[in-house]
Design a protein around this ligand. Structure first.
Ligand SMILES: Nc1ncnc2c1ncn2[C@@H]1O[C@H](COP(=O)(O)OP(=O)(O)OP(=O)(O)O)[C@@H](O)[C@H]1O
Length: 275
């Protein structure tokens, strides 16, 4: 089962936000959606959720139609007048397969009272109700905008565990966040919004992060042509480079001293692509 975004364009107030973007959300994957402030992450999620219409292109949702997408646009007042059991009744209208037992189980496992209105919950507790609703909705594609905002570390761990379980079951999530470190342990793929375009990065590429010492005055062009310098402290550099190029580049050990390979983070990719 695959959600397809095909050649979708959207302008808002005369400004092109997304132009002919295409990608797929495949079963059992977690996509990290990243971009600068105002890049169009929320716009893209709204388009997929049908809360905004594309100017051009199409979005194919699969056989469950709208019930295959779970997305909440503005979380702050979401379901605030209701308590958990009413939330279940409302969501069942949109998600016929909504799993009430699973929803209540998640709430009680996190000590959230089912008999109090959502408006009495803290920001983090509201976020938890939202996550529980997404999981229990049985929607195939969960679109989360800053889902871990306001959650304490134990709840974050719980959310990540639940997320990986549903991905194992063939469902998929898209997570838009500025908290890039959260994506390191979650995302299989990154979609980066750059200008009006989307570029895709598979998290397991052969790009590595290296730390090395350079004894010369200016870095040689054969290195600069193939590497992205992330950091320079004195003679110590940190750079992104394709692992296969390392032996050819670091032959001159009198000027270059290779130090170590470090883990590439989502933040590194963000800096490389959008910096
Ligand atoms: N109602 C609106 N009227 C005019 N411009 C809008 C409106 N809604 C969004 N925009 C513009 O569309 C662009 C994309 O906004 P969007 O909220 O999708 O970005 P974002 O990537 O989610 O940003 P952030 O990371 O800051 O939340 C921004 O430049 C924003 O100013």
């Amino acid at each position: 089962m695959t959600l397809q975004v095909k050649d979708v364009s959207k302008a808002i107030a005369g400004k092109m936000i997304l132009e002919a973007v295409s990608f797929e959300m495949t079963a059992g994957s977690v996509i990290g959606l990243v971009g600068r402030n105002g890049a169009g992450k929320t716009t893209l999620m709204r388009l997929i959720a049908g809360e905004m219409l594309a100017d051009n292109g199409e979005i194919l949702l699969g056989d469950k139609g709208r019930a295959s997408i779970f997305y909440v646009d503005t979380l702050s007042n979401w379901m605030s007048a209701y308590h958990a059991t009413t939330v279940v009744d409302i969501l069942k209208m949109f998600y016929p397969e909504f799993d009430q037992d699973q929803f209540m189980m998640i709430l009680s496992s996190q000590n959230l009272p089912a008999d109090k209105t959502i408006s009495t919950f803290s920001k983090g507790q509201k976020a938890l109700v939202y996550l529980a609703a997404g999981i229990a909705s049985q929607a195939t594609y969960l679109l989360f905008d800053e889902p871990l905002d306001g959650l304490d570390i134990f709840v974050k761990d719980y959310f990540k565990k639940m997320l990986l379980e549903l991905v194992d079951a063939g469902r998929s999530a898209m997570i838009a966040t500025h908290n890039l470190a959260e994506l390191d342990s979650l995302a299989d793929r990154l979609l980066l919004i750059k200008g009006t375009q989307i570029t895709e990065q598979v998290c397991e590429s052969d790009i590595v992060k290296i730390q090395f010492v350079y004894e010369g005055d200016t870095l040689a062009s054969n290195l600069l042509d193939v590497a992205t310098i992330l950091e320079k402290r004195g003679r110590v550099y940190v750079a992104l480079i394709s692992e296969s190029l390392i032996p050819a580049i670091f032959t001159d050990t009198t000027t270059y001293r290779f130090v170590e390979i470090l883990q590439v983070t989502t933040e590194d990719i963000f800096r490389k692509e959008l910096g």
